[in-house]
Every structure is written in C-alpha cells, then in structure tokens.
Ligand binder design. Structure first.
Ligand code: SF4
Ligand code: SF4
Length: 442
C-alpha cells in the first residue's frame, strides 16, 4: 500500500551518477568514431586524408550533440550528482582523460614526429592560411600549427557549449564570445596570415611575461629588424604590459585579460568548464598558490634581466642562456602546457592561471591593491548553499565572504562571474567603484 511518504519519494526523479541519456550516448559514439579515424591516421594506416577530416568533424558534431543536452534543461549549473560523477569528480573517467591529455601534450611538445601524419593532415590548411608548410624538406615537422588548430577548435566548440549552458547570463554569453573571437582571430588566424605576408609571426593577445620570450633580447631584436610592422609589434608588446595592463586592470580588474582575451583563460573557460568544481578551496592551496605564482614571476623577471645584461654587456657567459632554457622547459612547456591543461579533470580548469602564470601575478597585484573592481555581496540574502564556492575555478571560498557581507577583492579572482551566475539568491555582483568604498577586512 502506498503511504504519502512513499508517494512523495516517487516524485523525486531517479537520476543516477552513471546514467546517460540517448543524446549523450549518440554524441559519445560520434566522438569515439572521430577519435578512431584520427588514430588510424596517426598510427600510419594507409588512410585517405578525407577520413581524418571526417574524424575531426565527427568529434565536433559529437561534442555539440552532447552539449545540446543543456538546451532541454533550464540554463545554469545543476548540482545533479556532479560531485559523484566519474568524469566530474576525479573518478576513473577523469583520471583516464587527464592521463590521455597529459600524454598527448608530452608527445606534442617533445616528440612531435609521432604526430607527423596528423601534422601532414592539417598541412594543406596551414599552407592555405600561412603560405608555409609545417614539414621541412629534410622531413622535420613543426607541431605548432596543429597545436593552434586543435586549441582553437576546442575553444570554439566548447565555447558554444558554455554559451548554451550559461545562456541565462548576458555577461557569460558576451564573455565567452569574446574569448572565442580573440582566440580565432588574434591568436590563430592573424599570426598565420602575417606569415603569408612575409611578416613575423605574432600573437597579439599573448603579453609578456605570459609569452615569456616576447621581451627577450633575441625576439625584441628580431622584431626591431623586421621593418615597420615589426616595430609596431615590439611597441605594442611593451605598451601592453606597461600601459594597457595597468590602466585596464585599474578600471576593470584582471578579468579584462584573464576572462575576456587570454587564450589560456579562454581554454579554461570552455574546455575546462566541466571540471571547474575540482579547484581546491583549502587554505593550504591558497598558500601554495601565492608561493608558486610569485616565484614564477620572480623567475621570469630575473631571466629577462639576465638576458638583457648579457646582451648589453656580455659578461655572464652561459648563465643567462641556461636560465632562459630552464624557464622555457620547466615553466613554458611543462607547467603551462602539460600540467596546466592536462590536469584539468583532476585539479580544475585554472591550474596554470592560479598557480603559475606570471601575467596573472602582475594583474592580481594591481587588482588587489589599486583596482576599482570588486565583487559585492548582499550578505543578508545568502542562504549558505555554497554554489559560489563550489564553482569558483580559482579556489576562492566565495561563500565565506558572502556570509559576512564583505566585498571579494582577491588577487586571484579572474572575474569570470560564474559565482554570481550560479547564486540562486542574487547575492553577488561584479562591480566597479572607488577603492576607498570597498567593504573588506584587510
Ligand atoms: S570569485 Fe567568482 S568571479 Fe572570481 S574567479 Fe571565483 S567564480 Fe570567478
Ligand atoms: S552567495 Fe549565493 S551561491 Fe554563495 S552561498 Fe550565498 S546564496 Fe549560495
């Protein structure tokens, strides 16, 4: 016999962590077929290139089919077993994904010859855009076009997913469109088109010290010797860090760069979005974050200074070059590339931005001590649900501030606005105002 209690239980939808609907299964089937097609190319089977391109297409279509699940649900984040899912909470699926992504990055960075067939697959596109081939006459291959191509596709496709998911928030829609625009135009197409015009390759959105070699003497001299456009690039690079960065960060906080323009941030906000809840909120990780990020900043300042001293006066022997090589390998490749992206499924989407990026360190210092930006909290409305803290990709315990009615002015906050978008009570607002009006305990 049904009691009223039994009846109320039946009204609760039966959703289990491992459950997949038909659409997800179809999408996963498309993605699997696409990966299989690309693997046959990579492993050297005599497969026509058309199959490889259809493989890319299948992965894109499959991802969009899975993403379309969000259309049939109300927009915004759902707490539907996200902390129990194998993919979303460091289960087997997440670890497998992390190992796959890390392994792929290691091969791409250090042994690209294993990917030479995939590089050859996209080479016609590279030739069409940049006028150059990635394959040298001696058979050597350059992996960087393939890298940029995959990176851009990931930002665009997962960007569409993010727009669908956060369609209730104009801020999120415009912000996501912005990172997609800058990645496609200024970090991928324009630098390659410049090559076709016999100009230096230049990623306009990567500012020193994120693009750490940009102000090294070798690169600066190369740009200075590359005619008018080279001088424009060099001037833009110097002005970006000395003028643009302080001015825009003063007015808007670090979000103008980290959440609207930067390619690393773009990938984190799109490809990394399904894993944002995995960022650690412990005090220990906050401490580690400060130690690491400012150490990396110190290291790149020292490396750049040593290189210039050596360039101008030449008394340092091999020291400066060794520093530059060490930084390039440990920070430029391993930290920002392999760990920064490969570990998304385990440590959350902003591992690099939070613990390593020296540009984020500079932006953060300006934001914390000088900027007009803050997130205001209407503490009396907070129901302590914790959505904001859970989904803060920078590991900030937003709820702690909300419960106390304090403004959030943290160096690490990238102003993604997701805490505000997921708050069911409208407690959090991204605002600007005179620094003196901040409500915070120092
Ligand atoms: S505090 Fe809010 S806006 Fe800042 S990084 Fe965290 S979620 Fe994004
Ligand atoms: S600020 Fe909003 S999301 Fe955060 S705990 Fe309070 S009610 Fe929940």
């Amino acid at each position: 016999m049904n009691t009223s209690a039994d009846h109320s239980l039946q009204l609760v939808p039966e959703v289990h962590p491992g459950t997949m609907n038909g659409r997800t299964k179809t999408g996963l089937a498309w993605v699997s077929v696409g990966i299989l097609a690309l693997l046959t190319i990579a492993l050297g089977a005599d497969t026509p290139h058309l199959i490889g391109w259809l493989g890319f297409l299948a992965i894109i279509v499959g991802t969009l089919v899975i993403s379309s699940n969000w259309l049939s649900e109300s927009p915004g984040i759902k707490n539907n077993h996200i902390m129990f899912g194998s993919a979303t909470r460091r289960g087997m699926v997440a670890w497998s994904l992390g190992i796959f992504m890390t392994g792929f990055y290691v091969v791409l960075y250090f042994e690209p010859t294993y990917l030479s067939r995939v590089i050859a697959l996209v080479d016609p596109l590279k030739i069409a855009i940049s006028g150059e081939s990635a394959i040298g006459s001696d058979g050597s291959v350059s992996q960087w076009f393939l890298y940029g191509f995959l990176y851009t596709i990931a930002v665009l496709v997962m960007g569409i997913r993010a727009i669908i998911k956060y369609r209730h928030s104009r801020y999120q829609v415009v912000r996501t469109s912005s990172v997609m625009f800058f990645q496609l135009g200024f970090a991928f197409l324009i630098p390659n088109i410049l090559l076709k015009l016999n100009q230096p390759y230049y990623e306009w959105t990567n500012i020193w010290p994120l693009r750490y070699y940009e102000l090294f003497p070798s690169e600066a001299t190369h740009l200075a010797n590359s005619g008018t456009i080279g001088m424009v690039m060099l001037t833009w690079g110097i002005a970006s860090i000395l003028i643009l960065t302080p001015v825009l960060t003063y007015f808007f906080g670090k979000r103008w760069y980290c959440s609207w323009v930067c390619g690393c941030g773009g990938l984190a906000e799109t490809l990394g979005d399904p894993f944002r809840q995995n960022s650690s909120k412990t005090l220990a990780s906050w401490k580690l974050e400060r130690w690491l990020i400012y150490s990396v900043l110190g290291l790149i300042l020292l490396t750049t200074a040593l290189l210039w001293l050596d360039h101008l006066w030449g008394f340092l022997g091999t020291t400066a070059g060794t520093f530059a090589k060490g930084y390039g390998f440990l920070i430029g490749a391993i930290f920002s590339g392999v760990i920064g992206t490969g570990f998304y499924p385990i440590f959350g989407s902003r591992v690099w931005c939070r613990f390593g990026c020296p540009m984020a360190a500079i932006l953060g210092l300006i934001q914390r001590f000088f900027s007009r930006f803050r997130i205001t909290t209407n503490g009396s409305q907070c129901i302590s649900c914790g959505n904001c803290s859970t989904y803060c990709e920078m590991g900030i315990d937003v709820r702690w501030y909300a419960q106390r009615g304090q403004d959030i002015v943290r160096a690490s906050c990238v102003g993604c606005g997701v805490c505000s978008s997921v708050c069911p009570r409208g407690v959090l607002q991204l605002e600007m105002g005179p620094k003196e009006t901040r409500k915070m305990v120092v």
